[in-house]
Design a protein around this ligand. Sequence first.
Ligand code: MD6
Ligand code: FE
Length: 215
Amino acid sequence: MVFIMSDLFSNSRPEKEEIYPDLFVLANFVKTETLLDEIKIITKASPFRKMMTPNGHKTGVACTNCGDYGWTSDRQGYQYSKEDPLSSKPWLAIPKQFSALAYDAAFFAGFKNFYPDACLINRYLIGTKLGSHQDKNEMDFSQPIVSVSIGLPAIFQIFGNQRSNKILEYKLEDGDVMVWGKSARLVYHGVKALDANRLAPKMSERINLTFRKSH
Ligand code: MD6
Ligand code: FE
């Protein structure tokens, strides 16, 4: 099912920019207001929480999930789990609107048949950053990742094949969608500390949805 041109989308002719080989930004691809009700429902069932990491520190970013699998971290390491460790219940399903968005964004960037089974939801408050990392807990790296930026803009950093080899910074705005795969699938990346925005002083957070096929 392809929902291109549905109400969900901001642009009938979206732009696609390859900011790094096999890493596409679809600028202003989605009207993010349409996603907020579902995020409220998900975070009611599985609230945002900072997770413990293997090195004994808590993450700065607060996370939750929806989908068959959710990305979690604890002292033992990173894993995908079928249940929310806070409630011991399954995560809520990925809303249809979210899967349609992920499918369409992937399709538009050249990746057919993307059916994510995991959606990580990250929340950044002012000052929160995400350190350089690779996404490598998934089973099939031939599958792309689709991510959606909501709220305050953030500077996304791409380091390439080494953790600290800074290559590129790119400002992601509300409604921007990133799709990456193939040669970009395992690049190191991070997010700079979130800044307040003079033009939108009431906004205090950024939310990022990351869709993955984990299994
Ligand atoms: C973020 N995103 O944008 C963090 N990882 O807040 C990620 O770490 C990420 O956006 C893999 C693929 C897409 C992403
Ligand atoms: Fe990542």
